[in-house]
Ligand binder design. Structure first.
Ligand code: 13P
Length: 254
């Protein structure tokens, strides 16, 4: 069985003082869970760029790895406002989210740029968390599998064998921040389809790559979702802003 991976995505939330309090509370509630080197689950928190240094300092003695929420597809140069993967590495990032639906929707990021961002992250030694997921309309039109397949295929075409170094997150857009969640079986069907698509490409990678679920994941719905054979963890938005909820999610399956 693949170990669980629980990663928080703070999105555009936080302040120096609230981050300090939140991280201190998480570390205190999590106690030995975030210290033990034998804990099965991998943990991470993706924070806004300006807080990377603060979070790096506060998390340095814990097993919660640091991550960012986006990255440039270029290594350096005249790209005002962008941040390169190498810069993220300098702040101790292990993870970076690419292709989050909020980037696809509000910043018009297409499958091609998402794949190039994942490649840039890998080249700098980071683990990209590649998000896929259908909108409500696509879901209602029965297009879920076609959409996620197309999104994953763009990444597979560019990354080829390097896909083994990535994480995938299935985040149905209609479930993000809405309190609506697919049934465990419905989510499992999509995860299984993604795994089969990976297997067609690279059998070994398919068995290794963690496919996380994201979208209104909370302590009260996590157990059933995380028990599904192809759901290997969670990408957690709102609940990662509450120490109690995030720690409860991290304690699943311990
Ligand atoms: P919520 O957990 O707030 O629904 O957000 C999910 C998400 O978008 C994580 O990346």
């Amino acid at each position: 069985m693949r170990p669980l991976t629980i990663i928080g995505n703070w999105k555009m939330n936080g302040s120096l003082s609230s981050n300090q309090a939140l991280l201190a509370e998480m570390l205190s509630l999590g106690g030995s869970l975030f210290k033990r080197s034998d804990a099965k689950t991998q943990f991470g928190l993706c924070v806004p760029y300006p807080y990377l240094s603060q979070a790096q300092g506060l998390l340095k003695d814990s097993r919660i790895a640091l991550g960012a929420q986006d990255v440039s597809d270029h290594p350096y140069g005249a790209y005002t406002g962008d941040v390169s993967a190498q810069m993220l590495g300098e702040f101790g990032c292990r993870y970076v989210i690419v292709g989050h639906s909020e980037r696809r929707q509000y910043h018009h990021e297409g499958d091609g740029v998402v794949a190039r961002k994942a490649r840039a992250a890998l080249q700098a030694g980071l683990v990209p968390i590649i998000c896929v997921g259908e909108t409500e309309e696509e879901h209602d039109d029965g297009k879920t599998l076609a959409v996620v397949r197309r999104q994953l295929q763009a990444v597979l075409d560019l990354l080829q064998g390097q896909i083994a170094g990535c994480l995938i997150a299935y985040e149905p857009v209609w479930a993000i921040g809405t309190g609506k969640v697919p049934t465990p079986t419905e989510a499992q069907d999509v995860h299984r389809e993604l795994r089969l698509q990976l297997a067609k490409f690279d059998d070994e990678a398919a068995s290794k790559v963690a496919i996380l679920y994201g979208g209104s994941l909370k302590p009260d719905n996590a157990r059933e979702l995380l028990a599904m054979p192809d759901i290997d963890g969670g990408l957690v938005g709102g609940a990662s802003l509450s120490a109690e909820e995030f720690v409860a999610l991290c304690q699943e399956n311990q």
